[in-house]
Write a protein that binds this ligand. Structure first.
Ligand SMILES: [Zn+2]
Length: 282
């Protein structure tokens, strides 16, 4: 099973960077989201795929027409929080209010209930597992926030399972769609989204995909936007990671989507026999 998802945010929604952290910094930058959405629709149309869109609620507030178009085209909308902050930097109440606001904003745009979620930067970690409980309280049933390896920000290496599974935490249950990994000598490698996908040669991605029963993707409009400005304040390694391979990313993704079957999160949810997936007690 291979699942296509996009995180809908601006080119300047770069995490853990002083110059792009909050709304007051965001007001310094011009929007490129309409252009970015056109690139994504072009990919989807050319490859005849469906996808799930995790949207930053702030975007829905500013550009409700974008949200309505995603819904009118028949695609599922999920929440990517309201203000795109690292969840592990928030206390429980702040996280609750932020996710609640994003869900309400999205639902106001379309009238469709939001039941899917992804945390910015996969920022549910060992220290804020209560976030799963909050998601459950807010009516989220499908989560895709688990990155089962270490990373610069976020990551839950102890999760240890890189396939659809059920999270059990404090009496609640949540369907989890983690990011998949490819294991080499016991070490997990990512390849199905963002900088990893942009950096790796297509042959490697093709080989690793052939060896995977489950792939969970995550792409952003900025992964395909050749003309976007460089955000200020990034260190050299982060600058490399943020912009490597953008030029070829769109044709590369189109090739990948043509070479393999991809479905959206709702279809994946229906196809999975949830009685037979691993149960992960956190
Ligand atoms: Zn994001």
């Amino acid at each position: 099973m291979k699942i296509l998802t996009f995180d809908i945010e601006e080119w300047f929604h770069i995490l853990d960077n002083k110059k792009t952290k909050t709304i007051s910094e965001w007001s310094n930058f011009d929007s490129r989201i309409h252009f970015g959405m056109d690139l994504i629709y072009d990919i989807i149309q050319k490859t005849e795929k469906s996808a799930t869109f995790f949207v930053v609620g702030w975007m829905a507030e500013k550009y409700p027409e974008i949200i309505r178009e995603i819904s009118d085209r028949g695609f599922e909308l999920g929440s990517h929080t309201h203000l795109h902050q690292l969840a592990y930097e928030q206390d429980r109440k702040t996280f609750y209010n932020d996710v609640e606001k994003s869900i309400k904003t999205l639902e106001d745009c379309t009238g469709v209930k939001v039941t899917s979620f992804r945390a910015p930067g996969f920022s549910i970690t060992e220290n804020n597992k209560w976030a799963f409980e909050v998601l459950h309280e807010l009516g989220i049933t499908k989560d895709s926030s688990v990155f089962p390896a270490g990373r610069a920000h976020g990551g839950l290496p102890s999760y240890n399972v890189a396939i659809p599974s059920i999270i059990e935490y404090n009496g609640i249950k949540l369907k989890e769609f983690p990011i998949n990994t490819h294991t080499i000598l016991g070490k997990p490698f990512m390849f199905s989204g963002g900088g990893y996908f942009r950096l790796l040669p297509y042959k490697t991605i093709e080989n690793w995909t052939n060896q995977s029963n489950y792939v969970m993707t995550y792409f952003h409009p900025r992964d395909f936007d050749i003309d976007q400005p460089i955000v200020p304040g990034l260190s050299l390694p982060r600058r490399f990671k943020s912009y490597v391979g953008i030029k070829n990313c769109k044709p590369k993704l189109e090739r990948w989507l043509n070479d393999f079957d991809f479905i959206d999160l709702n279809q994946a949810d229906q196809e999975i026999n949830w009685n037979h997936v691993p149960k992960i007690k956190l």
